[in-house]
Ligand binder design. Sequence first.
Ligand code: DOR
Ligand code: ZN
Length: 396
Amino acid sequence: MDLLIKNANIVDYSHSFYGDIYIKNGKIQEVGREISKDCKVIDAKGLTLMPSFIDMHAHFREPGFTYKEDIESGSKAAVRGGYTAVNLMANTRPICSTKEILNLVENRAKEVNLIDINQCISVTKNFDGVTLDHLDDFKKEEIVAISDDGKGVSDAKVMMKAMNKAKENNWVVISHAESKEFSDIDMRLAENMMTWRDITLAKVTGCKLHMAHVSTKEAMKYIIEGKCDGVNVTCEVTPHHIVLNNKISNYRVNPPIREEEDVNFLIKAIAHGDVDVIGTDHAPHTKEDKEKGAPGLVGIETAFPICFTKLVKENIITLNKLSKMMSQKPAELLGFNKGKICPGYDGDVVLLDLEKEVIIDSSKFESKGKNTPFDGYKVYGEVVLTVKEGEIVYEG
Ligand code: DOR
Ligand code: ZN
């Protein structure tokens, strides 16, 4: 579809300017001032236009746990949050270790037709922690990322072999760093040990390693050190790990809400440019499952205003830097032609009212999951419109 958006405050990872953007046949065709075209026109005066967001880390629970979320409800939640692409984790039921499950998810995504979905394949077959043969069933270009997220890969040798396969195929290994032997006694050690191990293995194998939901000061230090050493490592931080600390919240999530000192260190790392991506770890659960102790929270509908309020309003980073972490960098890692306001890129944009105060209200979520610790939080930045390839997919 063709769409002209006029008079917007346009912001991406490297530019900020006032003007218009013309999307033709789904791609950004022209960016400038006083563009005039014979097509649908939106006047965005007073609003900010950014590349729509891309979530490196979400759980849409299909197949197997569709009572918590499914691809349709997850996609609706995504566009309400300003996202038009997500990377889904493999902890479905069955686990996503086969072409059959991959096809099922891809077909559902096509039917729903709201956002682009990349589905991770598990590192080990059915998360058994040992088998890697299933990876040979996939061609190089069929997979972008592999992950056992929800669980760490316990055996270092298995992880090393998986990294070698990933290196051969140019896949990203997404690590949920949690050494199971420490999970019961020390969740901090559990994250730190596996973070160090995986960076050390990535150094040896040369594979692309992405550390999911980094939450401790030590883990972040290992990553910074690894980057300085030339390891091909990127990392992600979640909105909840930079806003909550264990003095103000004991909300159950993996990794857990950490100490104030950790939070301050993560924020400093963001300010220094050491954090590549904001990933939501959108993890929907029912009320009953949460009461039984299921870890996780829904984050895709609240990520932008939370990060904007915490990071940009408090002058820790510019909006350009936030755009880099929420759009350009995840697009680059996942191979999407998105994340920049530039001719030739997908016409995926979001219109935001940055002045608008929003009170988070989980009853309004499109997600089936209402599990959030942020109910009642006052934040800034409302998603007014989400556009995918020139089509309006959400209107607030
Ligand atoms: O809190 C979490 N919930 N952390 C994870 O790693 C998995 C996720 C889930 O799937 O519920
Ligand atoms: Zn995880």
